[in-house]
Design a protein around this ligand. Sequence first.
Ligand code: PLP
Length: 393
Amino acid sequence: MKLHSKAVHAGDRKRVPGQPIPVTTPIHTAASFFYDHLETIDKVFAHEVPGYAYSRYDNPSNAALEELVTALEGGHGTLATASGMSALQIALTAGLADRRKHVLAANALYGATVKLLQQVFEPFGVTTTFVDICDLAAIEAAIAAEKPGVILMETISNPLLRVGPLDRIAELARAAGACLIVDNTFATPALVRPIELGAHISLSSATKFLSGHGDVIGGLVTTDAEHYEPIRALSRIYGPILGPFECYLTMRGIKTFPLRYERQNQNALTVARFLQQHPAVEAAHYPALENHPDQETIARLLPAGQHGAMVSFALRGAAREDVFAFFDRLKMVVPATSLGDVHTMALYPAIASHRDLPPRQRARLGIGDNLVRLSVGIEDSSDILADLEQALP
Ligand SMILES: *Cc1c(COP(=O)(O)O)cnc(C)c1O
């Protein structure tokens, strides 16, 4: 099945002999399960027969979502977690388990991911080196020098939308025995399926495009065969699982995700072209624009005509107060933290996603104080352009 079909079919409508078949998976709120004979639960605990015992281990609502996401991502299995950050934590823990405690990380990562590495993993003896994830020679040198146990990158980086050569990095990771973990939140499985390109683990914040309606916090970790049981074993112990209601909402969201995302991709291209030619805009960043620095990788890894729904741009000559004024003039575009929702959203990285980076480090990453990030929604594109036009200086 293709993506649009998997999105509405995978995981749902499990048959139980003699029982009616619900068209959508119910929300199973039970914390625990039992059987007519104690022997059955003994076998469930021993993994000798499939079944449910305790919802920290497994629950039918979670299992349905996990099966759906495994189908979309093309992996071996999926764990649905309480947030994108808990997905990152459990993926890093599993990746590092029997490897050298060093992470080679992309220098452009979600802000909390950097904090997770520096404030949570580092005190436990896991060191991190940051590298320009678009510079294959630098990555090769860093792998040789640091012998990382894990390489961590985002498919499309935040907020400058750089696209690293994931397939080549996967080859280097495998040759070095490192686990490649890819945060696929921005690209989504509609654009890139990292495991098919050689990554070991692909994760995302379900909060964003997959749920898509701004009403869920959740995460998803899809792995290859090698890392699946270790991840489930970790989850059984420390339990960062997604609740059954959020599983239901995420599954419901995913059914229209391919449709929404197609529209968001089209609108994003329209918005990027509009910004690119606007006199108040110094530079527009979008993977489909001709001046994008990663053209070759983009042509190789992204499907033709689809480049995601994130756009960023620098307001010409704008100081912080000019950017604030631009945000305050927006009438329809929602100036809220997050991305991937059905409505268009604007975020100011310098005070939000990249707030905790020292200004010099932000500048080194090319994130100026005049940079604005947009997550383009499903509205009529003419309304998005009109709102931006009236808000731009
Ligand atoms: C939002 C986000 C996260 C964290 O996800 P939460 O669901 O907020 O915990 C991680 N990575 C990226 C790229 C994100 O955009």
